[in-house]
Unconditional design. Structure first.
Length: 53
């Protein structure tokens, strides 16, 4: 992903296709998160938890 970030859409599509092909009992919930920091910015992000600073 670092070499070609534009491929992230293709990878997400492939992951969704594979997930849909699995039997229902093997499927997992898909969470996606994008955090971008620009111009000397800082991102502090968390999924499924608490962030204590």
């Amino acid at each position: 992903m670092q070499r070609d970030p534009a491929r992230s859409q293709d990878l997400a599509g492939l992951a969704a296709e594979i997930g849909a092909a699995l039997p229902q009992e093997r499927r997992t919930v898909l969470f996606a998160q994008t955090n971008d920091a620009r111009d000397s910015g800082t991102v502090i992000a968390v999924q499924h938890g608490d962030l204590h600073t």
